[in-house]
Design a protein around this ligand. Structure first.
Ligand code: SAH
Length: 352
């Protein structure tokens, strides 16, 4: 079994090379090659041929293959479907904002969390991604699109805190000055609310933005749409968020999907405002992206505007998320499902 070299930090790679009798600076050269998207050791022309052959015998380099790409005609958002080494597929989305290009990456193949409105979890969890596979989404989306990526959101397929160790390793990799050098303040991590892992993350005192998918302020309706709420209820989750802020000094951001008749009543807006009172928080209201299988519908514009108004009247900052890529299945998990369900085939670069 060959080892996955790209999942190693520079320090780990240096230790590895030392054990092989190679100087540490060689590890740095290889690290840089890998983070620039080298697909084989034979490309690493500043290494001797015998060394390249030796490395090739010991290590693998993960290289995702582009299975499909879609580009939005409206706003330039690009969605990639990547085929991993074992044939599984994950999605990444590149969005162009005035403050820079942002990539949304997947953390798992499928998802174990079972949220009722989400396409990613319909088939359950297939497997967790390796650090290299998280990193590859950034490297190869950047290479493929030609757009320099400055921000990362872990909001694609999967629950990042369910893949805790690999995600932490990925953060170290992507943050490395010898690699992509993307600062923690340019990274957001979204969770459905794994309270134990939020506590573990807080201990690390990273400067990233924690986004919590709240979607409802009361246990009854939240448990109905998010099974995780049966383990950790709303108040327990919010206590963990307060604790996260105290430990890291970073304001928590809440995602709140507006679902018709489920999460969008005026009473829920008032309860949400009450529960967030005095908390350093920001609420992002998200119109539900329709996933056919779920039978759930988005709230109307008027209802969303009223919900936002109530929050603001109570001093809670709330914005309504701009929908990007609505013409290209940009809601997470939709493209993978279509493709793996056999409805889509081959490589197609629509809009190019
Ligand atoms: N598992 C993590 C990250 C992935 S989901 C989490 O739950 O936060 C990223 C965000 O998209 C979450 O807020 C999720 O609740 C939301 N989401 C999932 N399906 C959606 C849909 N159909 N419409 C709108 N938002 C959706």
């Amino acid at each position: 079994m060959k080892t996955d070299l790209k999942s190693m930090t520079l320090a780990q790679m240096q230790a590895e090379f030392r054990a092989l009798g190679e100087p540490a600076f060689r590890a740095k050269q290889v690290f840089t090659w890998l983070h620039r998207g080298a697909e084989s050791f034979s490309e690493m022309t500043n290494l001797s041929k015998p060394l390249r052959e030796k490395l090739d015998g010991l290590y693998t380099i993960t290289v995702p293959r582009l299975a499909r790409a879609q580009r939005s005609q409206k706003d330039g958002t690009i969605k990639y479907l990547w085929r991993l080494g074992d044939g599984n597929c994950v999605e990444s989305v590149v969005m162009q904002y005035h403050h820079g290009n942002t990539i949304c990456i997947s953390s798992e193949v499928g998802c174990p969390m079972g949220c009722k409105f989400c396409a990613s979890t319909l088939g359950g969890l297939v497997r967790r991604l390796a650090p290299s596979e998280l990193l590859d989404q950034v490297i190869f989306s950047q290479k493929e699109s030609g757009l320099p990526i400055s921000n990362i959101v872990l909001m694609g397929i999967g629950e990042p805190l369910d893949n805790f160790d690999a995600v932490m390793q990925f953060l170290e990799l992507v943050n490395s000055p010898d690699g992509l050098n993307i600062g923690m303040r340019h990274i957001s991590l979204s969770t459905c609310g794994l309270v134990d892992k939020i506590g573990k993350l807080a201990e690390r005192k990273l400067q990233l933005t924690l986004s919590v998918s709240l979607h409802s302020p009361d246990d009854e309706s939240r448990s109905r749409i998010m099974p995780v709420n049966r383990r950790w209820g709303v108040d327990t989750l919010l206590a963990a968020c307060r604790d996260y802020f105290e430990k890291t000094g970073r304001r928590v951001s809440f995602e709140y999907t507006m679902i018709d008749g489920v999460s969008d009543s005026e009473a829920q807006a008032q309860l949400l405002a009450k529960k967030l009172q005095g908390m350093a928080a920001h609420v992002n209201l998200i119109p539900l992206n329709c996933v056919e299988e779920t039978g759930l519908r988005t709230s109307t514009h008027a209802v969303i505007a009223r919900f936002q108004e109530i929050l603001q009247q109570h001093g809670v900052t709330a914005t309504v998320r701009r929908t990007l890529g609505s013409d290209i299945d940009a809601s997470c998990g939709q493209l993978r499902r279509k493709y793996e369900g056999g409805k889509e085939d081959g490589i197609c670069r629509s809009g190019h």
